[in-house]
Design a protein around this ligand. Structure first.
Ligand SMILES: [Zn+2]
Length: 259
């Protein structure tokens, strides 16, 4: 029987050793679903395979359906994103993207917009100013939350839907009630009955801006650097509440660069 082959664009998310010389590659396919395959001989010295299947690489893979795992026969690089692996700050930022994708992408569950957005953010991380890294990662997270249907409410109360009026606060810095468990910003009435904390209203506006701006626009109009740290902190806790996972890579980015 002829081997059943298929071709797919991928972003490499994870590599695991298998036997002496093989690798199991976990990748995001161009449909946005998670694919796993074996790259035979990829760990042999001098194998050209491994350089085309580095973490964060955007490649075109020719695979064959296997009994348990599919086998990758050939891989052609579309964009190696080499800078992302050769620079510590860029590499940490890339890890934040790859880790959340490996935890949220599911096999046979298509979400093609996630693939396109992932390619865009890796391209941007590859050649942006270093001060943009934290903003690109936080914007990616917020956009991904939207694609996954877990976007925090930022304009209107997550419980009753009323518009949040940030202008009525008499304190010098307006604050809004925000609840991770209840899905985002809350009006005063709903906040009284919820486990909410107060967040600077400006921060909520910046989150809205990051969510709705292109990566190129973000790089061109960078806010004050401390904002990235705060948004990343919110994203980390949002992931722990809504995806029930602790993102280790995000700790490095917040801890090393932005705390
Ligand atoms: Zn409300």
């Amino acid at each position: 029987m002829a081997e059943q082959t298929y071709q797919t664009d991928i972003i490499v998310l994870k590599k695991t050793k298998l036997k002496e010389t093989d690798l199991i590659i976990e990748a995001l396919s161009d449909t946005g679903s998670l694919v796993k395959f074996v790259a035979k001989g990829a760990r042999k010295p001098g194998s050209s395979f491994s350089s085309r299947l580095e973490l964060g690489a955007y490649a075109n893979a020719l695979c064959v359906h296997g009994k348990n795992l599919d086998i990758c026969k050939e891989a052609r690089l579309v964009n190696a994103h080499a800078l992302l692996r050769n620079d510590v700050d860029r590499s940490l930022s890339m890890q934040c993207i790859l880790e959340i994708l490996s935890k949220t992408a599911l096999s046979k569950l298509d979400n093609p917009k996630v693939f396109a957005m992932s390619v865009s953010v890796l391209d941007a991380l590859d050649d942006c100013e270093k001060s943009a890294l934290g903003f690109l990662v936080s914007a990616f997270y917020l956009k991904l939350f939207a694609f996954l249907g877990i976007k925090p409410a930022l304009d209107s109360c997550a419980s009753c839907g009323h518009d949040i009026d940030k202008s009525n606060d008499e304190s010098p810095h307006a604050h809004v009630a925000f609840s991770y468990e209840n899905g985002g910003v809350l009006c005063r009435v709903c906040a009284a009955n919820a486990d909410a904390l107060l967040i600077d209203a400006n921060l909520i506006s910046w989150m809205n801006w990051l969510l709705n701006s292109t990566f190129a626009d973000i790089c061109a109009h960078l806010p004050e650097e401390t904002i990235a740290s705060s948004v990343l902190g919110i994203c980390k806790r949002w992931v722990s509440v809504h995806i029930q996972t602790n993102l280790k890579s995000l700790d490095f980015l917040i801890g090393d660069k932005y705390r």
